[in-house]
Write a protein that binds this ligand. Structure first.
Ligand code: AMP
Ligand code: MG
Length: 346
Protein backbone atom coordinates (compact mmCIF):
# COMPACT_ATOMS: atom_id res chain seq x y z
CA UNK A 1 0.00 0.00 0.00
CA UNK A 2 2.91 2.32 0.74
CA UNK A 3 4.45 1.59 -2.56
CA UNK A 4 5.07 5.12 -3.93
CA UNK A 5 4.58 3.93 -7.50
CA UNK A 6 1.13 2.61 -6.69
CA UNK A 7 0.23 5.83 -4.96
CA UNK A 8 1.37 7.88 -7.93
CA UNK A 9 -0.66 5.62 -10.20
CA UNK A 10 -3.75 6.12 -8.02
CA UNK A 11 -3.30 9.88 -8.11
CA UNK A 12 -2.89 9.82 -11.87
CA UNK A 13 -6.01 7.66 -12.31
CA UNK A 14 -7.94 9.97 -10.05
CA UNK A 15 -6.86 13.01 -12.04
CA UNK A 16 -7.80 11.28 -15.31
CA UNK A 17 -11.24 10.47 -13.91
CA UNK A 18 -11.75 14.11 -12.89
CA UNK A 19 -10.64 15.25 -16.33
CA UNK A 20 -13.05 12.87 -18.09
CA UNK A 21 -15.95 13.93 -15.88
CA UNK A 22 -15.15 17.57 -16.57
CA UNK A 23 -15.16 16.93 -20.33
CA UNK A 24 -18.48 15.09 -20.24
CA UNK A 25 -20.08 17.89 -18.22
CA UNK A 26 -18.61 20.56 -20.46
CA UNK A 27 -19.80 18.82 -23.63
CA UNK A 28 -23.26 18.53 -22.23
CA UNK A 29 -23.26 22.21 -21.45
CA UNK A 30 -22.14 23.11 -24.98
CA UNK A 31 -24.63 20.85 -26.68
CA UNK A 32 -27.21 22.76 -28.70
CA UNK A 33 -30.71 22.41 -27.35
CA UNK A 34 -33.81 22.34 -29.52
CA UNK A 35 -36.86 24.52 -28.95
CA UNK A 36 -40.15 23.74 -30.70
CA UNK A 37 -42.72 26.50 -31.16
CA UNK A 38 -46.15 25.71 -32.58
CA UNK A 39 -49.25 27.77 -33.19
CA UNK A 40 -51.65 29.07 -35.81
CA UNK A 41 -51.58 31.93 -38.23
CA UNK A 42 -53.51 33.20 -41.29
CA UNK A 43 -56.76 31.93 -39.78
CA UNK A 44 -56.29 28.26 -39.03
CA UNK A 45 -53.02 27.43 -40.71
CA UNK A 46 -50.70 25.63 -38.32
CA UNK A 47 -47.04 26.41 -37.91
CA UNK A 48 -44.22 24.32 -36.48
CA UNK A 49 -40.84 25.90 -35.85
CA UNK A 50 -37.78 24.17 -34.42
CA UNK A 51 -34.41 25.73 -33.69
CA UNK A 52 -31.23 24.94 -31.82
CA UNK A 53 -29.43 27.13 -29.30
CA UNK A 54 -26.82 26.69 -26.56
CA UNK A 55 -29.01 28.58 -24.13
CA UNK A 56 -32.59 28.01 -25.27
CA UNK A 57 -34.88 31.01 -25.53
CA UNK A 58 -38.54 30.52 -26.41
CA UNK A 59 -39.40 32.98 -29.18
CA UNK A 60 -43.13 32.13 -29.37
CA UNK A 61 -44.20 35.63 -28.28
CA UNK A 62 -41.98 37.35 -30.83
CA UNK A 63 -42.91 34.92 -33.61
CA UNK A 64 -46.64 35.37 -32.95
CA UNK A 65 -46.35 39.14 -32.99
CA UNK A 66 -44.27 38.99 -36.18
CA UNK A 67 -47.01 36.87 -37.79
CA UNK A 68 -49.73 39.21 -36.50
CA UNK A 69 -47.95 42.16 -38.11
CA UNK A 70 -47.62 40.09 -41.27
CA UNK A 71 -51.37 39.46 -41.42
CA UNK A 72 -52.16 43.06 -40.52
CA UNK A 73 -50.34 43.97 -43.72
CA UNK A 74 -51.15 41.15 -46.14
CA UNK A 75 -54.30 39.30 -45.06
CA UNK A 76 -57.40 39.92 -47.16
CA UNK A 77 -59.42 38.51 -44.24
CA UNK A 78 -58.57 41.54 -42.06
CA UNK A 79 -60.74 44.49 -43.21
CA UNK A 80 -58.25 47.20 -42.24
CA UNK A 81 -55.10 45.40 -43.38
CA UNK A 82 -52.92 47.23 -45.89
CA UNK A 83 -53.98 44.85 -48.67
CA UNK A 84 -57.71 45.22 -47.89
CA UNK A 85 -57.39 48.99 -47.97
CA UNK A 86 -55.58 48.86 -51.31
CA UNK A 87 -58.26 46.52 -52.66
CA UNK A 88 -61.01 48.95 -51.63
CA UNK A 89 -59.40 52.19 -52.73
CA UNK A 90 -56.95 51.65 -55.64
CA UNK A 91 -53.95 53.33 -53.96
CA UNK A 92 -51.83 52.50 -50.96
CA UNK A 93 -48.85 54.27 -49.46
CA UNK A 94 -46.96 51.43 -47.80
CA UNK A 95 -46.91 51.54 -44.02
CA UNK A 96 -45.04 48.31 -43.47
CA UNK A 97 -41.82 47.11 -45.05
CA UNK A 98 -43.67 43.93 -46.05
CA UNK A 99 -45.60 45.06 -49.09
CA UNK A 100 -42.92 46.05 -51.55
CA UNK A 101 -40.88 42.79 -51.45
CA UNK A 102 -43.93 40.59 -52.11
CA UNK A 103 -45.02 42.78 -55.04
CA UNK A 104 -41.49 42.69 -56.38
CA UNK A 105 -41.27 38.88 -56.11
CA UNK A 106 -44.74 38.54 -57.66
CA UNK A 107 -43.69 40.70 -60.60
CA UNK A 108 -40.61 38.52 -61.15
CA UNK A 109 -42.52 35.22 -61.10
CA UNK A 110 -45.37 36.67 -63.17
CA UNK A 111 -42.86 37.75 -65.83
CA UNK A 112 -40.80 34.57 -65.75
CA UNK A 113 -43.81 32.27 -66.01
CA UNK A 114 -45.58 34.20 -68.76
CA UNK A 115 -48.37 35.16 -66.35
CA UNK A 116 -49.05 31.64 -65.04
CA UNK A 117 -48.61 33.04 -61.54
CA UNK A 118 -50.79 36.09 -60.99
CA UNK A 119 -51.88 37.48 -57.60
CA UNK A 120 -54.78 39.39 -59.22
CA UNK A 121 -56.57 36.08 -59.85
CA UNK A 122 -58.87 36.55 -56.82
CA UNK A 123 -62.17 37.43 -58.59
CA UNK A 124 -61.92 34.23 -60.63
CA UNK A 125 -61.00 32.16 -57.58
CA UNK A 126 -64.17 33.48 -55.92
CA UNK A 127 -66.49 32.84 -58.85
CA UNK A 128 -65.27 29.25 -59.08
CA UNK A 129 -66.13 28.74 -55.40
CA UNK A 130 -62.63 28.69 -53.93
CA UNK A 131 -62.73 32.08 -52.20
CA UNK A 132 -64.24 33.02 -48.83
CA UNK A 133 -67.69 32.28 -50.28
CA UNK A 134 -67.63 28.55 -50.87
CA UNK A 135 -70.96 28.30 -52.71
CA UNK A 136 -70.24 26.26 -55.74
CA UNK A 137 -71.80 27.36 -58.98
CA UNK A 138 -69.96 26.63 -62.17
CA UNK A 139 -69.85 30.03 -63.94
CA UNK A 140 -70.82 30.47 -67.58
CA UNK A 141 -68.22 31.61 -70.08
CA UNK A 142 -69.47 35.21 -70.35
CA UNK A 143 -69.05 35.65 -66.58
CA UNK A 144 -65.53 34.28 -66.82
CA UNK A 145 -64.73 36.58 -69.79
CA UNK A 146 -66.00 39.68 -68.02
CA UNK A 147 -64.03 38.90 -64.87
CA UNK A 148 -60.88 38.43 -66.94
CA UNK A 149 -60.81 42.21 -67.56
CA UNK A 150 -60.09 42.68 -63.84
CA UNK A 151 -57.30 40.10 -63.84
CA UNK A 152 -53.71 40.77 -64.82
CA UNK A 153 -50.70 41.82 -62.80
CA UNK A 154 -50.06 44.55 -65.37
CA UNK A 155 -53.02 46.37 -63.79
CA UNK A 156 -50.85 46.95 -60.71
CA UNK A 157 -48.22 49.68 -60.64
CA UNK A 158 -45.86 50.06 -57.75
CA UNK A 159 -42.56 51.38 -56.52
CA UNK A 160 -40.87 51.11 -53.14
CA UNK A 161 -43.29 53.54 -51.49
CA UNK A 162 -46.74 53.00 -52.96
CA UNK A 163 -48.97 50.91 -55.22
CA UNK A 164 -51.86 51.81 -57.50
CA UNK A 165 -54.23 49.65 -59.50
CA UNK A 166 -56.72 49.91 -62.34
CA UNK A 167 -59.91 48.24 -63.66
CA UNK A 168 -61.06 47.19 -60.20
CA UNK A 169 -58.27 44.63 -59.95
CA UNK A 170 -57.79 43.13 -56.51
CA UNK A 171 -54.72 41.55 -54.97
CA UNK A 172 -54.56 38.26 -53.11
CA UNK A 173 -51.23 36.76 -52.13
CA UNK A 174 -52.68 33.37 -51.17
CA UNK A 175 -50.27 31.54 -53.46
CA UNK A 176 -47.11 33.19 -52.11
CA UNK A 177 -47.82 34.52 -48.58
CA UNK A 178 -47.09 31.34 -46.64
CA UNK A 179 -43.64 31.16 -48.17
CA UNK A 180 -43.06 34.85 -47.46
CA UNK A 181 -44.12 34.46 -43.81
CA UNK A 182 -41.65 31.57 -43.48
CA UNK A 183 -38.85 33.76 -44.84
CA UNK A 184 -39.70 36.47 -42.31
CA UNK A 185 -39.58 33.99 -39.41
CA UNK A 186 -36.31 32.48 -40.72
CA UNK A 187 -34.77 35.96 -41.00
CA UNK A 188 -35.90 36.74 -37.47
CA UNK A 189 -34.20 33.58 -36.15
CA UNK A 190 -31.01 34.41 -38.04
CA UNK A 191 -31.00 37.89 -36.55
CA UNK A 192 -31.16 36.20 -33.14
CA UNK A 193 -28.00 34.27 -34.02
CA UNK A 194 -29.78 30.94 -34.66
CA UNK A 195 -27.90 28.88 -37.24
CA UNK A 196 -29.89 25.64 -37.14
CA UNK A 197 -33.61 25.83 -37.72
CA UNK A 198 -36.64 24.44 -39.52
CA UNK A 199 -39.62 26.72 -40.12
CA UNK A 200 -42.85 25.16 -41.37
CA UNK A 201 -46.12 26.99 -42.05
CA UNK A 202 -48.99 25.10 -43.63
CA UNK A 203 -46.76 22.48 -45.23
CA UNK A 204 -44.16 24.81 -46.74
CA UNK A 205 -40.71 24.64 -45.12
CA UNK A 206 -37.40 26.46 -44.94
CA UNK A 207 -34.47 24.85 -43.12
CA UNK A 208 -30.84 25.51 -42.34
CA UNK A 209 -28.13 23.51 -40.61
CA UNK A 210 -28.91 20.45 -38.52
CA UNK A 211 -31.51 19.06 -36.17
CA UNK A 212 -30.89 17.99 -32.55
CA UNK A 213 -29.58 14.62 -33.76
CA UNK A 214 -26.87 16.36 -35.75
CA UNK A 215 -28.53 15.47 -39.05
CA UNK A 216 -29.59 17.72 -41.91
CA UNK A 217 -33.34 18.40 -41.60
CA UNK A 218 -35.44 16.00 -43.68
CA UNK A 219 -38.84 16.83 -45.04
CA UNK A 220 -41.49 14.48 -46.43
CA UNK A 221 -43.20 14.97 -49.80
CA UNK A 222 -46.76 13.66 -49.81
CA UNK A 223 -48.33 11.33 -52.32
CA UNK A 224 -50.84 13.46 -54.29
CA UNK A 225 -53.06 10.49 -55.02
CA UNK A 226 -53.98 9.49 -51.48
CA UNK A 227 -56.82 10.98 -49.46
CA UNK A 228 -56.30 13.71 -46.90
CA UNK A 229 -56.65 11.45 -43.90
CA UNK A 230 -54.12 8.89 -45.04
CA UNK A 231 -51.17 10.99 -46.07
CA UNK A 232 -48.41 8.83 -47.38
CA UNK A 233 -44.93 10.09 -47.94
CA UNK A 234 -43.71 9.68 -51.46
CA UNK A 235 -40.23 10.99 -50.85
CA UNK A 236 -37.93 12.30 -48.16
CA UNK A 237 -35.78 15.30 -48.96
CA UNK A 238 -32.77 16.72 -47.16
CA UNK A 239 -33.12 20.47 -46.81
CA UNK A 240 -30.20 22.73 -45.97
CA UNK A 241 -30.24 26.48 -46.64
CA UNK A 242 -33.21 25.81 -48.89
CA UNK A 243 -36.98 25.96 -48.92
CA UNK A 244 -39.63 23.62 -50.24
CA UNK A 245 -43.17 24.55 -51.28
CA UNK A 246 -45.70 22.17 -52.77
CA UNK A 247 -48.75 22.93 -54.89
CA UNK A 248 -51.27 20.48 -56.17
CA UNK A 249 -54.84 20.12 -57.16
CA UNK A 250 -55.26 17.01 -55.00
CA UNK A 251 -56.81 18.61 -51.92
CA UNK A 252 -58.78 21.61 -53.01
CA UNK A 253 -61.17 20.57 -55.78
CA UNK A 254 -64.76 19.56 -56.43
CA UNK A 255 -66.62 17.51 -59.01
CA UNK A 256 -69.75 18.47 -60.96
CA UNK A 257 -71.33 16.55 -63.81
CA UNK A 258 -68.33 14.30 -64.15
CA UNK A 259 -65.88 17.20 -64.42
CA UNK A 260 -63.24 18.18 -61.88
CA UNK A 261 -62.78 21.81 -60.85
CA UNK A 262 -59.62 22.66 -58.94
CA UNK A 263 -58.42 25.73 -57.06
CA UNK A 264 -55.43 26.63 -59.21
CA UNK A 265 -56.59 28.60 -62.23
CA UNK A 266 -54.95 29.73 -65.40
CA UNK A 267 -55.06 33.56 -65.10
CA UNK A 268 -54.96 33.90 -68.89
CA UNK A 269 -58.05 31.82 -69.60
CA UNK A 270 -59.98 32.01 -66.33
CA UNK A 271 -60.39 28.23 -66.24
CA UNK A 272 -58.67 25.73 -64.04
CA UNK A 273 -55.74 24.06 -65.55
CA UNK A 274 -55.85 20.33 -65.03
CA UNK A 275 -52.90 18.51 -66.40
CA UNK A 276 -51.18 15.23 -65.93
CA UNK A 277 -49.06 17.14 -63.42
CA UNK A 278 -50.51 16.27 -60.00
CA UNK A 279 -48.14 18.09 -57.71
CA UNK A 280 -45.06 20.28 -57.89
CA UNK A 281 -42.64 20.54 -54.98
CA UNK A 282 -40.27 23.39 -55.62
CA UNK A 283 -36.90 24.16 -54.02
CA UNK A 284 -35.34 27.62 -53.93
CA UNK A 285 -33.42 29.53 -51.32
CA UNK A 286 -36.30 31.83 -50.36
CA UNK A 287 -39.56 30.10 -49.55
CA UNK A 288 -41.55 32.97 -51.08
CA UNK A 289 -40.13 32.13 -54.50
CA UNK A 290 -40.68 28.37 -54.11
CA UNK A 291 -44.30 29.03 -53.13
CA UNK A 292 -44.97 31.22 -56.17
CA UNK A 293 -43.23 28.90 -58.63
CA UNK A 294 -45.07 25.85 -57.27
CA UNK A 295 -48.42 27.46 -58.05
CA UNK A 296 -47.21 28.62 -61.47
CA UNK A 297 -45.96 25.13 -62.37
CA UNK A 298 -49.41 23.65 -61.73
CA UNK A 299 -50.72 26.08 -64.36
CA UNK A 300 -47.85 25.44 -66.78
CA UNK A 301 -48.02 21.64 -66.68
CA UNK A 302 -45.27 19.05 -66.96
CA UNK A 303 -43.50 19.89 -70.20
CA UNK A 304 -43.31 23.68 -69.80
CA UNK A 305 -42.16 23.22 -66.21
CA UNK A 306 -39.36 20.89 -67.28
CA UNK A 307 -38.20 23.44 -69.85
CA UNK A 308 -38.32 26.15 -67.19
CA UNK A 309 -36.24 24.02 -64.79
CA UNK A 310 -33.66 23.40 -67.51
CA UNK A 311 -33.20 27.12 -67.97
CA UNK A 312 -33.26 28.16 -64.30
CA UNK A 313 -30.45 26.59 -62.33
CA UNK A 314 -31.55 28.20 -59.05
CA UNK A 315 -34.94 26.44 -59.13
CA UNK A 316 -35.27 22.68 -58.52
CA UNK A 317 -38.40 20.54 -58.32
CA UNK A 318 -39.95 17.15 -57.76
CA UNK A 319 -42.88 16.76 -60.15
CA UNK A 320 -45.44 14.00 -59.64
CA UNK A 321 -47.57 13.23 -62.68
CA UNK A 322 -49.73 10.61 -64.30
CA UNK A 323 -48.35 9.15 -67.53
CA UNK A 324 -50.38 8.19 -70.64
CA UNK A 325 -51.44 4.93 -68.95
CA UNK A 326 -52.44 6.84 -65.80
CA UNK A 327 -49.50 5.40 -63.88
CA UNK A 328 -47.95 7.61 -61.24
CA UNK A 329 -44.53 8.92 -62.28
CA UNK A 330 -42.01 11.34 -60.84
CA UNK A 331 -39.50 13.73 -62.29
CA UNK A 332 -36.69 14.94 -60.02
CA UNK A 333 -34.56 17.78 -61.35
CA UNK A 334 -30.82 17.18 -61.38
CA UNK A 335 -29.77 19.75 -58.80
CA UNK A 336 -31.85 18.19 -56.03
CA UNK A 337 -31.58 14.50 -57.00
CA UNK A 338 -28.88 13.53 -54.51
CA UNK A 339 -30.91 14.95 -51.59
CA UNK A 340 -34.05 13.00 -52.46
CA UNK A 341 -34.95 9.50 -51.34
CA UNK A 342 -38.03 8.20 -53.14
CA UNK A 343 -40.19 5.92 -50.98
CA UNK A 344 -41.70 4.33 -54.05
CA UNK A 345 -39.96 3.70 -57.32
CA UNK A 346 -41.91 5.88 -59.78
P1 AMP B 1 -50.87 27.46 -53.57
O1 AMP B 1 -51.48 26.53 -52.58
O2 AMP B 1 -49.67 28.19 -53.06
O3 AMP B 1 -50.60 26.80 -54.88
O4 AMP B 1 -51.93 28.62 -53.84
C1 AMP B 1 -53.18 28.34 -54.39
C2 AMP B 1 -54.14 29.47 -54.18
O5 AMP B 1 -53.71 30.62 -54.90
C3 AMP B 1 -55.52 29.14 -54.70
O6 AMP B 1 -56.32 28.56 -53.70
C4 AMP B 1 -56.03 30.50 -55.16
O7 AMP B 1 -56.53 31.24 -54.08
C5 AMP B 1 -54.79 31.20 -55.65
N1 AMP B 1 -54.50 30.95 -57.07
C6 AMP B 1 -55.10 30.08 -57.92
N2 AMP B 1 -54.54 30.11 -59.13
C7 AMP B 1 -53.53 31.03 -59.05
C8 AMP B 1 -52.57 31.53 -59.98
N3 AMP B 1 -52.51 31.07 -61.24
N4 AMP B 1 -51.70 32.49 -59.56
C9 AMP B 1 -51.73 32.96 -58.30
N5 AMP B 1 -52.62 32.53 -57.37
C10 AMP B 1 -53.50 31.58 -57.74
MG1 MG C 1 -47.89 28.72 -53.94
Amino acid sequence: MNDPRKRTLRVILFLIAILLLYRVLKEDEERLQMTTVTGQTMGTIGYNIKYLQLNPVNFKGSIDSLLRAFNQSLSTYIPDSEISRLNRSDTLVFESALFYPILHASRQVFDETGGAFDPTIGPLVNIWGFGPDKTIQVPDSSTVQSLLTKVGFDLIDFNQSFATKRNGAILDFGAIAKGYAIDRVANFLERKGVENYMVEIGGEVRAKGQNDKGEIWSIGVEDPTVEDNEQKLLAIVKLDEKSIATSGNYRNYYQRDGRTYAHILDPRTGYNSLHRLLSASVFTEECMMADAYATAFMVMGLELTKTFLDKNSDVEAILIYADEDNELRSFVSEGIAEDVIMNKAL
